[in-house]
Design a protein. Structure first.
Length: 105
């Protein structure tokens, strides 16, 4: 079941917690494949530059993409492929499809 509630006065969406967790785990897994230090560096940059954590990347895929491209250059495609592979056996809903689409483009 997907939860897509709108907070009327703020105009923000509340994401499905399961989707957020799946995205967070997929990103962490992909970064751990690069190394523990790399994961920590990405976490630090997300916090310092955008005041977000990895578990908030589903709502902020552009921030994640920017940092990954800056830090890893051409290896970004390997990270993206790892994230996509984490979802390959799942039927992606609109939230997750949008997340992957932003990372691809």
């Amino acid at each position: 079941m997907t939860i897509n509630l709108v907070i009327a006065d703020q105009g923000k969406y509340i994401m499905d917690p399961l989707n957020k967790n799946l995205v967070s785990l997929a990103v962490e897994k992909a970064l751990l494949e690069m190394g523990k230090i790399e994961l920590k560096m990405v976490e630090s940059k997300l916090t310092n530059e955008y005041q977000i954590k990895i578990d908030e990347c589903m709502e902020n895929p552009t921030c994640l993409k920017q940092i990954l491209q800056e830090m890893f250059g051409n290896a970004y495609t390997d990270i993206l492929k790892s994230i996509e592979n984490s979802f390959e056996k799942l039927t992606l809903d609109e939230e997750m499809t949008n997340f992957i689409t932003v990372l691809r483009n």
